[in-house]
Design a protein around this ligand. Structure first.
Ligand SMILES: CC(C)=CCC/C(C)=C/CC/C(C)=C/CC/C(C)=C/CC/C(C)=C/CC/C(C)=C/CC/C(C)=C/COP(=O)(O)OP(=O)(O)O
Ligand code: 1GP
Ligand code: MG
Length: 232
């Protein structure tokens, strides 16, 4: 349950967005494998803690995906640490991470930390703007970053991030074929609105991440769990 290699589906909740108790209960009891708490705008320690406490009432892994030093807090089961593979800005590759080692190095439990090699494929999304990943990678680029993460750096996670838009299925598949030869777990996130889309992505990625659909079309979002779990 706390091993990402066993997951197929996760919901990502944004601390900067409102979710009522009733919907949160349905999300947490949907059969999804984990809740990731994360976002790149308006995330504060207060709204992270508030969401963490609410998710913690349910017996599933609760993960913090760190996008700023301010949001780091104890209390999560796991911490996902992105490193952006397709930016030229060093702070988002190792810079903030080195600063975090100085601040939190003594307090860290390495077993709780999971590094994600992030390839941001939607240059219009907030995470792309924040990190300077503003050149759209083509299929060949995405495959190269997947190879870098899986074969060279041997990272635990490769995350193909299309935040807000549905991905190019050819690129999604190519990365999946490549990562299948490695021990790297392949997360895909971005633009999944329907069970059909979730199923299609689930045929190539190990873990399907559903974010904004929870807020915009919750009924459809909830159906993505069984769609992914029933896909091969
Ligand atoms: C006791 C104690 C305090 C223990 C803690 C120990 C611990 C866990 C230490 C952590 C050390 C560490 C290595 C921290 C990392 C520091 C850091 C800030 C690294 C940079 C990470 C990085 C490259 C982030 C950029 C990528 C990014 C922004 C990802 C977010 C993606 C995302 C969630 C997108 C979707 O949401 P959003 O962008 O908000 O979109 P919408 O609002 O439009 O939906
Ligand atoms: O909000 P969406 O577009 O579903 O994206 C999910 C996730 O990949 C964002 O980090
Ligand atoms: Mg946000």
């Amino acid at each position: 349950m706390y091993d990402v290699r066993e997951w197929r589906h996760v919901f990502k909740l944004d601390p900067n967005k409102e979710i009522d108790d009733q919907l949160l209960e349905r999300v947490c009891e949907s059969g999804t494998d984990a809740i990731i708490v994360g976002g790149s705008d308006g995330v504060t320690l207060d709204n992270v803690l508030e969401l963490m406490v609410r998710v913690r009432r349910y017996p599933l892994p609760c993960v913090l995906e760190i996008s700023s030093l301010e949001m780091v807090t104890p209390g999560f089961d796991l911490y996902f640490i992105p490193t952006v593979l397709n930016t030229k800005r060093a702070e988002w590759i190792t810079g903030l991470h080195a600063a975090a080692m100085k601040e939190y190095g003594e307090l860290m439990n390495p077993d709780e930390l999971v590094v994600e090699g992030y390839c941001i494929a939607n240059p219009e999304c907030k995470a792309a703007k924040l990190t300077g990943a503003t050149e759209k990678p083509d299929t060949e680029d995405i495959t190269a970053y997947a190879r870098l993460a899986g074969h060279l750096w041997k990272l635990p996670v490769f995350y193909l991030e299309y935040s807000g838009t549905y991905g190019d299925i050819k690129a999604v598949k190519k990365a999946g074929d490549l990562l299948a030869e490695t021990r790297t777990t392949y997360f895909y996130g971005g633009g999944i609105r329907t069970a059909e889309q979730a199923k299609e992505i689930g045929q190539h990625a190990d873990v399907v991440v559903v974010g904004n659909a929870v807020y915009d079309s919750p009924e459809e979002a909830l159906k993505t769990v069984t769609a992914v779990k029933n896909s091969v």
